[in-house]
Design a protein around this ligand. Structure first.
Ligand SMILES: [Cu+2]
Length: 272
């Protein structure tokens, strides 16, 4: 497999016309949305006659290999170039990647607990703690009571806190210290290029699990209850628990949206 792709670079340079060579080499500028697939081991297989011609396949906007009638072998031997950190992966100019946050104070936790008094029915919390090595934040999410037929639900850390009247619109846009903007959508294969606050873009939207069961809880109606719940735990490397950092989320809010992006509920993070 891989030996098909390796050959003397000098021999290749003779075989390659300047234009083919340019197309086959990783680009140093922004990666065009239609970047050409390259050979997995050498990135220069086009001229190596024994290897499949990777240029017969193509790369999709999100960097996946699309065969489109190209030989089956391309799937095994070709791949789309992975932009290195610091390189733009979107066609939008000016996206600067978020740095990995280090030195988060261990033992610091901020939790946003959703209000009980709003109509969406969604309850629970989103909590973020400094990771054990201080690198990034471990999020723990436990939510229930999602309404039927309005998902999947997205959720984000928004830039502004929720005011006393509970108006989720006042939280403004997503936390986005590197001014990337919401479009194009976050590519979950390139988390550092997403808006820092776009938790569901980076870690997946909420598809509530419909759980049905009996309850004997005195405050709930006895009988069958449907919880429509969601739980998750993950580390996000780009958020900060350190006040003063641009990626600090402790003074901000979390907002949960229905499928059409209407804001359903929101809450402020507070020091736990
Ligand atoms: Cu949002």
């Amino acid at each position: 497999m891989h030996h098909q792709c390796t050959t003397s670079l000098a021999a290749l340079l003779l075989l390659l016309s300047p234009t083919t060579f340019a197309a086959a080499m990783p680009q140093s500028g922004p990666v065009a949305p239609m970047a050409k697939p390259v050979c997995k081991s050498a990135a220069i297989a086009i001229a190596a006659k024994r290897a499949p011609d990777c240029s017969m396949a193509r790369c999709t906007d999100d960097g996946k290999l699309s065969l489109l009638g190209a030989p089956e072998q391309c799937m095994k031997n070709c791949e789309c170039p992975v932009p290195s950190q610091g390189m733009e992966v979107n066609s939008t100019p000016g996206i600067s990647p978020a740095p990995v946050v280090k030195g988060n104070p261990v033992g610091t936790t901020y939790t946003a607990t959703l209000p009980e008094n709003e109509k969406s029915g969604i309850r629970g919390f989103v909590s973020g703690s400094s990771s054990a090595d201080g690198q990034g934040v471990v999020f723990t999410i436990e939510l229930s009571g999602f309404p039927d037929n309005l998902g999947p639900f997205s959720y984000h850390i928004h830039d502004q806190p929720v005011p006393a009247d509970g108006n989720c619109t006042a939280t403004k846009a997503h936390l986005d210290p590197y001014k990337r903007g919401p479009m194009p959508p976050c590519n979950s294969a390139q988390l550092q290029t997403c808006e820092v606050g776009d938790l569901s873009g980076k870690h997946g939207k909420i598809n509530p699990l419909r759980k049905q069961g009996k309850t004997n809880h005195p405050e709930k109606v006895r009988g069958n209850v449907v919880t429509n719940s969601f739980g998750a735990k993950y580390t996000d490397l780009y958020l900060s628990t350190m006040e003063g950092s641009q990626s600090f989320f402790g003074s901000r809010s979390v907002v949960i949206h229905q499928r059409d992006s209407t804001r359903l509920t929101c809450a402020n993070f507070v020091l736990a």
